[in-house]
Every structure is written in structure tokens, then in C-alpha cells.
Design a protein around this ligand. Sequence first.
Ligand code: 4AD
Ligand code: MG
Length: 431
Amino acid sequence: MAVRTTIRELKNQIGETVELRGWVYNIRSSGKLRFLLMRDGSGIVQVVWFKGNVSEEIFAKLDTLTQESSLIVTGKVKEDKRSPIGVELDGVDLQILQIAQDYPLGPKEHGPDFLLSNRHLWLRSQKPHAILRIRDRFVKAVRDFFDQDGFTLIDTPIFTPAACEGTSTLFETEYFGEKAYLSQSGQLYGEAAAMAFGKVYCFGPTFRAEKSKTRRHLTEFWMIEPEVAFNDLDDNMKLAERFLEYTVQYVLKECAQELAILGRDTTKLQNVKAPFPRVSYDEAIDILKRKGHQVSWGDDFGAPEESAVSEDFDRPIFIHRFPAQIKAFYMKHDPQNPKLALGCDCIAPEGYGEIIGGGQREEDIDVLKKRIHEHGLREEDFDWYLDLRKYGSVPHSGFGLGLERTISWICGLDHLREAAAFPRLIHRIKP
Ligand code: 4AD
Ligand code: MG
């Protein structure tokens, strides 16, 4: 009896006769030989069939196989130095489960719209497969990092009664006769949890009704948000750089094969080591002016500005202390200069822009109430949040890392939609 295995395991089974279950990636014939490229989700392996070695019936069945037909193959594992996985299989037996007809994705180039409409099938191709494996390993590194650092995972709600990140991107829904909004960020709940557990993080889907069609905006994306009691802005940047160093280095170590499939130049990622350079907003404005950008103090930065500021550095950078007027209501203002908010964004290199937004939170109840009013928000929506400043208020800070933006940078993608298995975009909700 052949043992059932997976392609990833084959390198440890040289000489054994094994059974693989999977799909046809490609099949090509040459005289008395058939070369079957088979995938099973864990990898791709070549199975070589020689007419003299198998029955006529099996050989005839091979010629009915089409791309993506499902099958069970028995074969003997052979070392093969030319193979990317170091082994190939000598085909012994074949059972066909289903013959796929007219699989729409071929080896030819397809346009992005066609591929996105067929995302449920496109996931089987090598590039999406590599990207989503990298995402999986990155998330493992995230969880390991926080576990090892004494954080508690606290899941925050998706249905929320109020805005965290401004009212312009809220998705509204009806909640038993009341209005509710899909969460833009778990932060406010993370702050409550930090007062209970000290060091917490949440990791879940967040939603923004982004009306702009850009390479770096999804309407649904995943965010990783740590929040720590007694951390100030500087502690927050130290946490963020340690976290990024750990997670990126882990992916580099674990996903060399996937990064190679994507053709990623990994030398740039090797530089992701703390400390990251810190550039104040004021310094960033000077840099931009020197480079001929039309900016004035108080402007928010978009992709071109972020790229121009970060391009002279070999690793991610922080921009910190932004004009308070462009930042959210909860940000603490700089005691040295009340026009500034104690926020920090982390900008990825190579033009990937902001991947982290965060900062120190306002802990004074009266100041916070004033801000809520200044931002046109209703105090009663935030009564519970204000309680955190009434009962043992402490300095605290945190940040949010956008998962898809980060994966898009690590993988070197042109558009962050490929960093999600089923991306939600302004004009796309299917499949
Ligand atoms: O800068 P943002 O809006 O910050 C917050 O939501 C804070 N409440 C986080 C916190 O301090 N706990 O968003 C954080 C990150 C951005 O840096 C970006 O990486 C990502 O979330 N992001 C998006 N990613 C994809 N599509 C969008 N529409 C995104 N909007 C933000
Ligand atoms: Mg931001």
C-alpha cells in the first residue's frame, strides 16, 4: 500500500511509493513519455510516466487529462537535482476523479479584471498561492511576537455605535431599528482592554467606505492593533519597529521559495532592522519643499509625498508629530507645541507608503470632551470611552498595521488587492 502524502513532504520520502491527491497543473507528451505537473495545495511536482512501465489503460487515461482535472496518483519518489523541490515521481497508478472542462485560466496573460472575476479559480495559480502563503506566515509571526511579549489578544466588535476614524468613510447598517456602523478600527475597544490587561492587541477585519480607487485602498482590510497602558509616543515607535523587524525577518526566513516565485528582491527586506529613522512632520515638510513639492504646513501627505520623504532611506521610517488638525479626535497634543498631535506613521520603503498609523492617546477627560465636540461628534456616543479617563486614566498608546498594505510591500505587488484572498474594492464585491 502506498502511503498518502503531500508534495511538501516528498523530499523526505525518496525511494518510497506514495499516493498524492490533487489537480493537473499541466500535462505534456513526448513519444513514450507523459510529463504531468501536479499540484496539491502544498506544492507542485512533476510525475513522469513511461509507456513501458504502466498498463495501456493508464496510459490512455493520461491522454484524457486536462488542466485542473482532479486525480489520485501513485508513484515512486526519485531524487532530481533539476527539480525546484529536489524530487520527482515515477508514475505507477492513476485514478481520475473528475475531468475539468474549459478551465478559463490558461498559461497566457490575462487582464486584471478577468483575473479578479475569476478569483475563486485564480487562487490556484502560483503567484496568488505564494502571496497568500506569505500572508499566512506573516500572521503567524504577528501572533508569535505578541504572545512572546506578554500581550493578550482581545477581539473587538465589528458592529459599532460610533466612528473611530472620522465619519466620511463609515459603512452604515441598520441594527434593529438603530443605526450601526462597521468597525473602522478596534482601537477604542483596545484602549478599554489595555486598562484591564495592560498590553493587548486586536486583529480583525475593518471597513472603510473609501470612495477613491487607488492601489492602496480596500473597503475591507485586516488590521493588527496593539494598545499598551503607560506607553508614550516613543515607546510606541519602539514597539512598532521591533514588531516589524520580527515579522518581516520571520517571513524572509520561512518564505524564501514563495518570495522567489514572486521575483522579489529580498535585499531591501533584509534591512528591516530596528531602529527605524524618525522624521518629524516639520522636517518632512522641509524635505518636500527642497525636492520641489508644492506643500504647505498643515497638508496631509498622500502617496507621492510619502514616497518622496522615505526614498532616501534604506528601511521603513517613522513620520511623527503631525498637525493636530489633520488627525483623529483621540490623539494627544504635544505638550511642547499644542498645534501638533503625538501621532506616528510608519512609511514602508520602495514607494509603498503608510503601513502603520498610531500614536499616544489623550488621557485628560476635559480635553477629550472638547475634542469630541470640535470634531463634530456626539459626546453621548463616547460616554463609555470617556469612563476610561474617569477611572484611573493613564498615558497610553498604540498603533494599527494594515495587513494587506504590509503584505503588498513584502511581496512587491503593484496593487494591494492581490494581498487579500477575496478583495473588496469600490466596484467589486464578487466573488
Ligand atoms: O491610519 P489608520 O486610519 O489608523 C487607525 O485606524 C488607528 N485607529 C489605528 C490605531 O492606532 N489602533 O489606519 C491604520 C492602517 C494604515 O496605516 C493602513 O496600513 C491601513 O490601516 N489602512 C488601509 N488598508 C487598506 N485599505 C484601506 N482603505 C486602509 N485604510 C487604512
Ligand atoms: Mg493613517
